[in-house]
Design a protein around this ligand. Structure first.
Ligand SMILES: Cc1ncc(COP(=O)(O)O)c(C=O)c1O
Length: 496
């Protein structure tokens, strides 16, 4: 039924939302749909240990009735991770690792243990790869961008579908006269056309520097772009920067099988705690070609004021500027061991089951007049896609609900989701149908800075954002069920 006047619309909307919130408080509805879900995805039943873990180690989620659906934004940590880390700090005296006194050596030992476990976790050989600790994935990307030996005529190739921290490398490329080229993603699945990519990869500069960057999993659409591109691009003379930030929280990245040149990761996306630490996994031969634009404490063997010279240290040391976040880094090993104990395959299966169920049920939602309620951007099945679902809501007249309104309603239902374009403007431009002409016009306006509101005005009524839910480590059926119930609250509601 369609709402008529503004007043009626408000009342209908409000009452539907109220019923959603009441339903949130009961488990009756969850139980009634759970058996259908379990029949559809029997693999889920093999991950019971994650339910036990959630009850024991993440009870604050359910105690406070949180419906957490922002795992692509940040993962969640287990109580035991905190306990182990605090016990380590409380039971020892640690000094700055850049020294050789006992407390410093104790710290160095733990840092190197953590580094060794990062190798083990990603099945990377220390003979082949180097692990460089960074503040986050963006820090790892910046290390590559600022040091890659781009020169005039060199190439930076990247997919439309990329996080801004990968897009930003084009500024380093531009400053050194290299050319940046974007490979489009194609609707409706938001994948890259393989033949078109092959064509771009053939245009690398002979004997020049060619860098190709793409995400193993999109933080916008959940698409998992093929890892097979790595060797394909390398065979054509490209170095490959594989952004694994959104992929590794729920998928195994085996670096004995796949050999990207550079891999940035943020650890909080995998296991919630600690924040402030990521890493760059770089192949030793690829690291050797990077040219650091400066030197800093910890990155040199010797530097002289009067001699006006410095010598960079070898390997990871040349890239870890200043003092590492040393007290925190041992918690990375604790977090990785936590994931390993659960099993990346179990996490992957669970996310696949929950994501598949939610996808199927969201696209099945229709208004009374037959119009679909939700448009999901990206693949509508679980083949080579992760548990990141991005969508917009439409009313029976096919008008979109502003994503900010959906977020405000979700907040009221204690659902943590994310809206906007998730630092992935290329993904947004494709799905919102924003053309280059329109965008160039917006970006050449006279004002100094374009605010988000100026931008919305400029694109004239087109949606500038979407709603993203993402499933992860300890998501359960109740989480996705409640989101579906929330979405059902918009059936037959007018957005006008
Ligand atoms: C695919 C992808 N790459 C890079 C990043 C940047 O990560 P960080 O903000 O931790 O540096 C993100 C963050 O959401 C991401 O999803």
């Amino acid at each position: 039924m369609l709402a008529g006047s503004e007043h009626e619309k408000g009342v209908l909307y409000e009452s539907k939302m109220m019923s959603t919130r009441q339903d949130d408080l009961s488990t009756k509805g969850v139980d009634s749909e759970l058996s259908g879900f379990l029949n559809a995805c029997p693999a889920y039943a093999t991950t019971q240990h994650v339910d036990n873990l959630r009850a024991n180690e993440y009870s604050r989620l359910d105690d406070d009735r949180h419906i957490y659906l922002d795992y692509t934004g940040g993962g969640l940590y287990a109580d035991s991770q905190l306990r182990q880390h605090m016990a380590l700090l409380a039971g020892n005296v640690f000094g700055n690792p850049h020294s050789s006194n006992p407390t410093s050596l104790a710290m160095t030992h733990l840092l190197e243990r953590a580094r060794a476990y990062v190798f083990e976790f990603f099945n990377a050989s220390p003979d082949e790869y180097v692990v460089i600790f960074t503040p986050n994935a963006s820090g790892a990307l910046k290390l590559v961008g600022e040091s890659y030996p781009f020169g005039a005529g060199d190439q930076y190739l990247l997919t439309f579908d990329n996080h801004n921290s990968v897009n930003g490398i084009r500024e380093f490329a531009r400053a050194r006269g290299a050319e940046t080229t974007y490979v489009p993603v194609v609707l409706p699945d938001m994948r890259v056309d393989g033949a078109q990519l092959a064509d771009y990869l053939e245009r690398g500069r002979l004997r020049g520097q060619n860098l190709f960057a793409y995400p193993a999993q999109s933080n916008f659409s959940g698409v998992q772009h093929p890892l097979e591109w790595i060797s394909q691009a390398q065979a054509g003379g490209w170095d490959v920067l594989l952004d694994a930030a959104a992929f590794v929280p729920t998928n195994r990245l085996d670096l004995s099988r796949w050999k990207p040149n550079y891999v940035p990761v943020s650890f909080y996306k995998m296991f919630g705690y600690p924040t402030g630490v990521g890493c760059l996994l770089a192949r030793r031969d690829s690291l050797a070609k990077l040219r650091r634009p400066w030197f800093a404490g910890g990155t040199i063997t010797v530097a002289s004021v009067q001699g006006d010279k410095y010598y960079l240290a070898e390997g990871e040391a040349a890239f870890e500027d200043g003092t590492l976040n040393y007290l925190t880094i041992p918690a990375v090993e604790i977090g990785l061991r936590h994931i390993a104990a659960i099993g990346t395959e179990a996490i992957h299966e669970r996310v696949r089951c929950l994501g598949g169920w939610l996808l199927d049920n969201l696209v099945a939602l229709h208004h009374g007049n037959g119009e679909p309620l939700v448009r999901v951007y990206g693949p509508l099945d679980t083949y080579r896609r992760g548990g990141t679902l991005t969508m917009n809501f439409y009313d029976p007249m096919d008008r979109f609900f502003d994503h900010r309104l959906i977020e405000a309603e979700a907040n009221r239902a204690n659902i943590s989701l994310r809206t906007g374009c998730f630092c992935n403007p290329g993904g947004g431009e494709i799905v919102f149908g924003l053309s280059q002409t329109e965008l160039v016009a917006c970006f050449t306006q006279p004002q100094q800075r374009l605010t988000l509101d100026d931008f919305r005005l400029c694109i004239d009524g087109k949606s500038s954002g979407a709603v993203r839910v993402s499933i992860g480590l300890v998501s359960n059926f109740a989480d996705v069920y409640h989101f579906l119930q929330f979405a059902r609250g918009f059936v037959d509601v007018s957005a006008g």
